[in-house]
Design a protein. Sequence first.
Length: 157
Amino acid sequence: MGRLERAPVDIKLKHPVILPHKHHVTDLIIKEYHQNIGHMGQESVLASMRSRYWIVKGRSAVRRVLSKCLDFQKKRVKPEEQFMADLPKERVTPHDPPFTYAGVDYFEPMEVKQGRSRVKRYGCLFTCLVVRAVHIEIAYSLDVDSMINALRRFISV
């Protein structure tokens, strides 16, 4: 006789099957319930099992079985945080005029029609490091003289 004798619930809920906490059959039942509820945590597995089974030292038994489940471990992993270095002084100085600190890059050649022939021209990209503004000039070749001419045109603007 138990205290739930007059309760209007199923007999299996009143008198659940009692299982030992360290037994192979207990582990198999825990694994089955764990998979059926979608690899949820310890309390969810215990709550779903208690309608039919009662495990002596249930929390420790469920914790032991769940620690071996790879899918559950993958779900519990915290997302990694990216380590970022501090920005250089040139990038965070707000009172300098634009293009005080600039980066230069070339991009792929474009074919341009010059008279009846086609020639290659390159884009020279000047990027402001403070406000992230962009200025594009045309470089006529990959020579140093062409780069210096593009830089002079950029400075004169």
